[in-house]
Design a protein around this ligand. Structure first.
Ligand code: ADP
Ligand code: MG
Length: 680
């Protein structure tokens, strides 16, 4: 099979240079690609309708004999028109094709075919335009419908696939080893390929699908595992002394057991492992991940390394800079902040400090990993809110320094099954405990009619000396009816909170302005912060006790949960008010999940069930290879594939070299598809 990836589709009968280009548009370059171009859906040709019973506009399969010579003429407009009639025992139909110069060579007078397509009924009788057709003997059943592109019809693809399949060798190197197929009761590759394209029955199709889905997921998981292990060359970066106890004494609070356990896992990684740390910390909002990062930084610096701590936004980087500076203030550690909005000369100076080793701990945004930044002695890299960093970015990070230790922190709980895949390349620690004394954020769902009352409630909180967030989905008016931060704030200032300090925060503001507003809010100078989702990640103002979210239906549940995590950070009771005028019961039910639970993992599961995996990544930000048949929401098959993956990894000696090589070739192909070259 492998060799067919090297055979250009142009070598197939009926595919010339021009057609090949059309196939290329569908990302099909080789015969192997074509074999893996699975149908989108199927048409059922097994139910044959008598012409007489067909209804106008119905999609039907009829069995009819061509009863006139097949005539092609040019219309005045220059189109090629092919027309003939056909009949069965009940009636006749006129069949028409446009611009298809091959039709008359493919169909013949007096022969019987199955025709599949839309039928029209008018005064002059029945008519079918460009139906698909097939010689009756071999097509009683399901027909594949492929993704098409302009100028490349389904029939052409179907025939090309048929030819491609006929080129499969008699004995195929099945990507799934025998042992695995037997153990997990999956059909062989030959059966799967033939039946995914031309299933003999629904049952066979399902068998084929299941096998191909599991295969793809398995290949993905094995590939992720390779990524995890590929840089496992021996590290020279080993902690000599553990400074964690000393670190504890710098904090004004006692760490939770979950935090301590996580820190210990990191220290163990860096002290005893022969390879660099490659660890993910997953912890719900407010679980205290920053303290874990700080502990790791402290150990690194005290052992003579540099540490880099990256955040996805400048606000967050600034905040980490402030809070770590505070913790370490007595400790003679040089901390620097490096962000995109600093002036070139500032950046230059800080980069010099980093390169010379003057800076011990560097906190910043993505700027930190640009090629311009050189480290003297980088020992560990920490990235906060890792769902914004894809697999490829993680790889880039690791190219800085001599394979530094890597810790990624995520506040987005991921459903377990999905985590199995996306975090396949990382060891995982979960902080499953919140610091003591945290209260549940009471959450309410209201319609716009109750907004006035909600505002009164917010005013009451403010009069008690607390602060409030109001979140809107958009920056400025443009899309109808969506509350926009700017206009919304203007209106509030006039109407509701005329005597109260309001700040507006959104992504389009200059960094310095954002900074100023954030500081004013942190210091309490501003009581209300009207904001787009820029506050979603990490912002920490414990005095804020209420958040109102407008157009709540616009957000994913996990995102709302993140937003809500901005309140309930202090000692006082906190509230979240979701405003939505949406009337769709499904939408409202979805939002009510948040009123019921504060557990991020539960919410992630609900979100995943309802909206699929897109929410967890944004637009393909996960950096994973694109799947052709499997799907990240397919829990059942993900579980099965994980078992297969573990079995293969744990029982390597049961597989022969050929089987391992075949799997490896598949991994390489999947990960390098679309030129992503994640894996070399
Ligand atoms: P997140 O996990 O969302 O990043 P943070 O690290 O921002 O959470 O911590 C949230 C708040 O909880 C901060 O104000 C932090 O100082 C505080 N905190 C963290 N750990 C503890 C703890 N063990 N006990 C009390 N407060 C803590
Ligand atoms: Mg955080």
């Amino acid at each position: 099979m492998g060799s067919l990836y090297g055979v250009n589709i142009e070598t197939l009968n009926g595919i010339g240079k021009r057609r090949a280009e059309l196939f290329n548009k569908l990302n099909i370059y080789s015969v192997g690609d074509l074999i893996e171009f699975y149908p989108r859906r199927y048409e059922d040709w097994s139910v044959i309708i008598p012409i007489e019973d067909a209804e106008d506009n119905q999609t039907v399969c009829i069995k009819a004999t061509v009863s006139s010579y097949i005539n092609s003429v040019r219309t005045k407009g220059g189109r090629l028109l092919t027309k003939f009639s056909a009949f069965d025992e009940t009636g006749a139909v006129e069949i028409i094709y446009f611009n298809n110069k091959y039709i008359d060579s493919m169909l013949s007078y007096g022969e019987t075919y199955l025709f599949y397509g839309k039928i029209n009924r008018n005064i002059s009788g029945y008519q079918m335009i460009s139906p698909m057709f097939s010689k009756k003997e071999n097509s009683n059943g399901m027909h594949p419908v492929y993704k098409q592109t302009q100028g490349l019809q389904n029939r052409v693809i179907e025939n090309a696939v048929k030819t491609a399949i006929s080129m499969l060798p008699k004995v195929i190197n099945d990507p799934l080893p025998n042992v695995i197929r037997e153990k997990f009761n999956l059909c062989d590759y030959d059966f799967a390929i033939k039946n995914i394209h031309f299933p003999k029955s629904e049952n066979d199709l399902q068998k084929a699908r299941k096998r191909l889905i599991c295969q793809e997921l398995l290949i993905l998981m094995l590939g992720m595992n390779n990524l995890k292990n590929r840089d496992k060359t021996k590290t020279t970066l080993k902690l000599k002394k553990d400074f964690t106890e000393e670190f504890y004494s710098l904090l004004p609070y006692t760490l939770t057991d979950a935090q301590k356990k996580t820190i210990k896992a990191c220290i163990d990684d860096m002290m005893f492992n022969s390879c660099s740390m490659n660890r993910l910390v997953q912890g719900d909002v407010g679980s205290g991940k920053t303290a874990v990062a700080a502990a790791v930084c402290y150990n690194a610096v005290k052992n003579g390394w540099q540490a880099a701590f990256m955040a996805p936004t400048e606000i967050l980087a600034e905040q980490h800079y402030q809070s770590l500076s505070k913790i370490f203030k007595e400790k003679n550690i040089t901390i620097d902040l490096l962000t995109g909005s600093q002036t070139p000369s500032q950046k230059k100076k800080i980069r010099e400090n980093i390169a010379s080793g003057k800076s011990d701990l560097i906190i910043g945004t993505h700027t930190l990993i640009t090629d311009k930044t050189e480290f003297k002695n980088l020992g560990v890299v920490i990235t906060d809110e890792q769902h914004r960093f894809g697999v490829a970015q993680r790889a880039k990070l690791l190219s800085k320094g001599e394979n530094p230790h890597l810790l990624v922190m995520s506040a987005t709980p991921i459903p377990r099954t999905l985590g199995l895949i996306i975090y396949g390349d990382l060891d995982i620690s979960i902080i499953d405990e919140l610091p003591p004394g945290r209260q549940k954020v009471d959450t309410f769902l209201i319609s716009g009619k109750l907004r006035q009352r909600a505002c009164n409630f917010i005013k009451k909180q403010i009069n008690n000396g607390n602060q409030a967030y109001i979140v809107c989905p958009l920056v400025s008016e443009g899309e109808a009816d969506l509350a926009s931060a700017e206009e919304y704030a203007a209106e509030l200032m006039l109407k509701e909170f005329s005597d109260i300090g309001i700040g507006i925060l959104h992504g389009k503001l200059k960094a310095a302005e954002k900074d100023k507003i954030m500081k004013q809010f942190e210091s309490g100078e501003l009581s209300v912060l009207v904001s787009t989702t820029v506050i979603e990640v990490g912002v920490n103002v414990p005095n804020a006790t209420v958040m109102m979210i407008e157009n709540a239906e616009m957000f994913g549940l996990s995102q709302l949960h993140q937003l809500r995590g901005r309140v309930g950070r202090g000692k006082e009771k906190s509230y979240c008010i979701l405003v939505s005028d949406n009337e769709n019961p499904d939408t409202l039910n979805r939002l009510k999940t948040l009123c019921k639970t504060n557990n991020g993992f539960e919410i992630a599961d609900a979100d995943f069930l309802q909206r699929g995996p897109g929410d967890f990544f944004g637009e393909r930000q996960h950096g994973l290879p694109q799947l052709t048949i499997a799907d990240f929401a397919d829990k059942t098959n993900i579980e099965i594939s994980k078992e297969m993956c573990n079995y293969i990894l744990n029982n390597q000696d049961e597989f022969c070299k050929r089987e391992i090589n075949t799997l490896n070739a598949c991994i390489k192909r999947l990960f390098n598809k679309g030129g992503s070259n994640i894996m070399n």
